[in-house]
Design a protein around this ligand. Sequence first.
Ligand SMILES: Nc1ncnc2c1ncn2[C@@H]1O[C@H](COP(=O)(O)OP(=O)(O)O)[C@@H](O)[C@H]1O
Ligand SMILES: [Mg+2]
Length: 300
Amino acid sequence: MEGWILYKQRQSEISTEKYEMNRFLQVAEQRGISLKILCPEQFDLLVNRDDNKSVIIDDNYTQLPQFLLPRQGASTPYFSLAVIRHLERLGVNTFNSSQSIEIVKDKLYTQQILAADNFPVPRTMLARYPLNIQLIKETIGFPIVVKTISGSQGSGVFLCEKPGHLEDLMQLLDTAKTQANFIIQEFVKTSKGHDVRVFIVGGRVVACMERIARYGTFKANFSRGGKVKAFPISKEIEWLATDCARVLNLDIAGIDLLFDGESFKICEANSSPGFKGIESCCDISIPDVIFDFIKIRLGI
Ligand SMILES: Nc1ncnc2c1ncn2[C@@H]1O[C@H](COP(=O)(O)OP(=O)(O)O)[C@@H](O)[C@H]1O
Ligand SMILES: [Mg+2]
């Protein structure tokens, strides 16, 4: 089997701290899979009608692989999307597809798709300037969570306890001339400081963990120092998370669920979820599961 990973760095630049990349390379080697990590800047995209067996990488025509694993998640820039689309058009099997990566990059669009299909989601609105704080109070109610449209590792997520905090935040963003779009979301109180991460591969829940935020923050991301422990996979979790991945067209997904009383609300979907946390608390090798899935999907 031969595959490429599309990542923000080239293979020679990957340090030992890049857990996921090192795990993929290690497992690929054990299994005799030829795996290369490439960054988008190594590609030249030549669009024509003739050659559909190769692409130009580092100035050389290179044979296409059997599969592509894009691993830039929410920070996939236009150039990477163009590379992924190009390879898809040339027939390379891509997990996940450019279309699904583009959807989940946008947290509002993701919620729109899920809400239209009746999934339980937190009340969410797009920030419009000037902000109508009264409307936000009436429709969403404080506290609220403010999020950048695109983001990961909790860096673009902020809790506003009171209307005054939101005003202060907006003034700050205005002064800093931040042009980014934001969403304003209901704060799901029963999930304060913890949530559930469900790992999906090929329509199956392969692992599930609870993440508990570090003291002093409400964000449970593992990358922000959250503690993790295996969490039982109930039917509800299984249905919610697998259906969510299906609707968003994700073959590989990290679905974040918020505790909503006895039930759950869908927080977000990630197209290239990290797996250091989940491998540390669940008995699983994520690269093995992903390669097993790809093998079956490619009929190898
Ligand atoms: N509406 C919410 N109510 C309660 N907690 C939330 C809410 N949204 C996010 N969180 C917390 O913040 C964390 C980060 O939010 P998320 O939208 O997943 O951003 P990121 O893409 O940066 O991971 C979540 O894992 C969860 O712990
Ligand atoms: Mg998240």
